[in-house]
Design a protein around this ligand. Structure first.
Ligand code: ZN
Length: 495
């Protein structure tokens, strides 16, 4: 049998198993009754074990070595297939099967415990589960890189990234972020009153559906549901589901989550179907994925052009409600900067401060320099440092995000990587696509979608994140100053 065909067949099976795991996770977060948690944890562990066995099979090891011995050029798709499988195989071989299953099971259980703990504002209820997850993650990371376990965790989500690289790229944000927030806040007036009026949830849902439809979300290959924590699941390309959370008194929250998740979904839906069931049928990295969702949410969704089109439609969905709110006043609400406590609600300026806080704390956790029992206090201290305010309860602090409670350490920095890519990308798009803003104001998102597909989506994961950044920007290096400049410029123009 041709070695490439054999590798493709193995990759397809691995991709199917990942898709099943994604589906189970979607089910757990969207429709599963709470009582299903224990059985689901066992199922997740079994599935992880099966995938691990397949991934570490002798058959795959032999085929990889055979493919690497072939000297003639493999073609771009085969070369990428080989790179991804080798990387995954090596990671899996270094990881004991029992540890992988234990991590999957602990993650599913702790995630369920987190839901209860968060609703009851009771960190102590989930602290033992979190401690166990930190310990398991640290052990798993040390299997990959005993000298730099945190880098091994980062590398899972952002191939090639290291904490040292990120420290360098994030330095301008660390130095200038807090001052910029203070400066903008000092210059802005009262919050517009429309922000916390009551808006019927069923009408908010209707508006959200309209927005993602106009953005170009393909409903034949997707659906929109409610979840506690909005997310997107791309189950093997042909089925890309989004979720949001609607709050009666926060009309912007649900729609901006929707725009964000739809940005992720458009990336997945824009990857060529021929890449499906291969490791190339995914985004280049989480940072790249986040660059798409954040670009849609911030550069596009928080622009006056976007709301020039959508505000009249929002008025139509809520007859009589927003008739007297002018576009300018509406935008003051959309772009309001606040040293708020909740990351998912944060404006685009303070958002990165939330990430720096988590980046600092999770490094300390993984290094063993910070204990889970001290985490709520450490959170409050960092919150004061980066945001100038500290939560009064853990629900608004350490319990707000699901990530750590399902074992995602090294994941948060990809949000700011995404923001940095989005800022760079937007700068080039503004230059290269002259009518971009006019099209947005007319509700025509095709020019933007076409450019994003041409520059990013159509490549799936053919390139490493560094290679794709080089294709886009001429260098793999991201500059935090570019993001800070974009924000400065946007907010000084608004005044
Ligand atoms: Zn996202």
């Amino acid at each position: 049998m041709n070695v490439w065909n054999d590798l493709l067949e193995l990759a397809a099976e691995l991709s199917d198993l990942s898709g099943i795991a994604e589906l189970m996770d979607w089910d757990q977060q969207v429709v599963m009754p709470r009582g299903g948690a224990a059985a689901r944890a066992a199922q997740a562990a079994t599935l992880a074990r099966i995938r691990h066995d397949k991934l570490t099979s002798k058959r795959l090891g032999v085929r990889l070595a055979a493919a690497e011995r072939i000297r003639k050029p493999a073609g771009r798709l085969n070369a990428a297939l080989l790179r991804h499988l080798r990387r995954e195989y090596d990671r899996a071989v270094r990881m004991p099967a029992a540890l992988s299953a234990e991590l999957a099971s602990a993650a599913a259980l702790t995630q369920s415990a987190w839901e209860t703990a968060r609703s009851r504002n009771d960190f102590s209820a989930v602290a033992p589960g979190l401690s166990r997850l930190v310990e398991l993650s640290r052990t798993a990371a040390a299997c990959q890189s005993p000298a730099a376990p945190y880098d091994a965790l980062l590398d899972q989500y952002e191939e090639g990234a290291t904490a040292a690289d990120l420290d360098r790229m994030f330095a301008p944000l660390r130095a200038g972020g807090s001052a910029l927030i203070a400066e903008i806040m000092a210059g802005q007036g009262e919050a517009p009153s429309y922000l916390d009026w009551s808006y019927a949830p069923e009408l908010q849902w209707r508006f959200c559906r309209e927005v993602v439809s106009v953005m170009g979300y393909d409903w034949r290959h997707g659906r929109l549901d409610a979840a506690e924590h909005p997310f997107t699941t791309g189950m093997g390309g042909g089925d890309v589901r989004i979720t949001t959370h609607i709050y009666r008194n926060r009309v912007l929250s649900g729609v901006f989550s929707c725009i964000h998740e739809c940005g992720h979904a458009l990336y997945d839906q824009g990857i060529p179907p021929r890449f499906r069931r291969t490791p190339v049928g995914d985004g280049a990295s989480l940072g790249f994925h986040e660059s798409q969702s954040r670009l849609w949410e911030n550069q596009v969704g928080r622009s006056p052009e976007f709301w020039q089109y959508f505000l009249p439609r929002l008025r139509r969905v809520f007859p009589g409600r927003l008739d007297r709110v002018r576009l300018e006043e509406f935008m003051a609400g959309v772009n309001r900067v606040e040293s708020s406590l909740i990351r998912t609600e944060a404006d685009e300026v303070s958002y990165n401060q939330h990430i720096l806080l988590r980046f600092d704390l999770e490094r300390e956790l993984i290094a063993g320099r910070l204990q889970v029992s001290d985490l709520p206090g450490a959170w409050r201290a960092k919150s004061l440092e980066y945001l100038g305010t500290a939560p009064e309860n853990d629900r608004d602090g350490v319990l707000q995000d699901v990530h750590w409670y399902c074992g995602l350490f090294g994941y948060f920095p990809t949000y700011t990587i995404g923001n940095m890519i989005a800022a760079g990308l937007w700068r080039t798009l503004e230059k290269d696509v002259p009518d971009l803003k006019n099209a947005i104001a007319a509700g025509d998102f095709r020019p933007l979608r076409t450019e994003l597909r041409r520059r990013i989506h159509r490549f799936g994961a053919l390139y490493t994140p560094a290679e794709l950044r080089t294709r886009l920007f001429g260098t793999p290096e991201l500059d935090g100053r570019l993001l800070l400049d974009y924000l400065r410029c946007k907010y000084s123009a608004a005044r």
